[in-house]
Design a protein around this ligand. Sequence first.
Ligand code: HXC
Length: 480
Amino acid sequence: MGKKLTVYERIETLLDKGSFTEVDKYVKHRCTDFGMENKRVAGDGVVCGYGKIDGRTVYVYAFDFSVLGGSLSAANSRKIAKMQDMALKCGAPIIGLNDSGGARIQEGVESLTGFAEIFRRNVMSSGVIPQISAIMGPCAGGSCYSPALTDFILMVEGESQMFITGPNVIRQTTNEECDKETLGGAKVHAMTSGVCSLVCRDDEECLMTIRELLGFIPSNNMEDAPVHPATDDVDRVCHELDNVVPANPNIPYNIKDIIEPICDQQYFFEIQPDFAKNIVVGFGRMAGRSVGFVANQPNYLAGAIDIDASDKAARFIQFCDSFNIPIVAIEDVPGFLPGIQQEHAGIIRHGAKIVYAFAEATVPKITLITRKAYGGAYIVMNSKQIGADINLAYPSAEIAVMGAKGAVSILYRKEEPENIPARIKEYEDKFANPYFAAELGYIDDIIQPADTRRAIIRALDCCRNKSVSNPPKKHGNMPM
Ligand code: HXC
């Protein structure tokens, strides 16, 4: 594990060298209760300002835990709100480096309302400018909810925690024993709660990862993401894809073995890699332009969609759509995950989020079916009728209501056992291929795996100037 940096070192590391300009460094709190008149520090424990990342303007605020536990005062909430207002009106990303015990207890309702000011601005900025939160120390209460309202949360392993109420309060109220790390450490939020987008080994890796992440994203919703010079051949044939999908539909494979080779420089930047591993989301570049990938992962739960996978995918799709990043869906999905636990926990309302997010997205939307595309999961994974622009399939694609065995067990319940294999074969011949769907125009083309990169780049290119808009409304009502 690398060094824990001071607040100014963090900002210097995050931004292009020498580009930081500090704002409001003379601000002090005005609290005089609990001996606070003797604890007035210039800046009041949060450093604010603006600078550049790869030459693009960003706004930054960073908590200094060494000043009263990085607690939020009314004064430093006004500093942060000022940065949020500037970032919003100037169309620039805002980055929060959080290391804070939440609302400053000595100030009571004054500091509490400071969080309300920040939250409201987080919400107003959502979908307009990218908001990125790093958690670089213990963060409690409001110092978790503000990041939760932003687009991405990065945590530092072993150093950062997030919880609404800390171990002491939990002990007193529920008698449960935990420490800060088991309650809200990076691993917990990356693997179990899904709060964390990316875990980093140390401060430096965290700050470098923010820089990299921003490279895939435009500065605001009126721009396109930065275009990188396309040094990788757009027509590159990917023979390494020839044998990725096993002939036996029951054998899993790693969907990233399809995503990585088709990206420029074969580089895929995964988001939430340890949460809901049955769906893979992240950014890549194709022909130099940012693309958001949403892919079922046959290696985990056979790629079936469950509650967590639905939430993860829907949020990522919404992000891409908000910021003009085209979406490529790669599909190999046997269906929604069956089970009482899933049904009772609300797979209906959670699964509905993927439909909602794909259907609502107006960015270019491309789908590639590599193997299974069964049932409702076929529909929701960016099918033609949900609104995809170009739908492609490998010859190994199977597009049906369900697998052949399951279908035959329902259609031919009373059939003699010796006739069952022939019935299965009949169903397979009809649906265990993409040709019937292609005949109907639901699949635009059937491609060889080696041609995947070229075909997707062409599909994206033909949609470059896509312009559609949804009916005017105040906002929709996404299921939650
Ligand atoms: C004032 C605070 C503080 C706070 C920490 N400190 N949190 N001072 N207001 N909210 C001070 C401590 O008194 C201590 O001061 C110094 O910061 C370091 O804190 P430690 O407890 O020694 O550090 P550590 O053991 O690392 O624990 C960090 C911590 C813990 C887990 C964050 O301090 C903690 O539980 N703090 C309170 C968290 C909390 O309940 N905050 C309010 C949430 S309500 P000295 O002088 O001893 O060095 C909220 C409102 C919004 O935020 C809610 C929206 C949903």
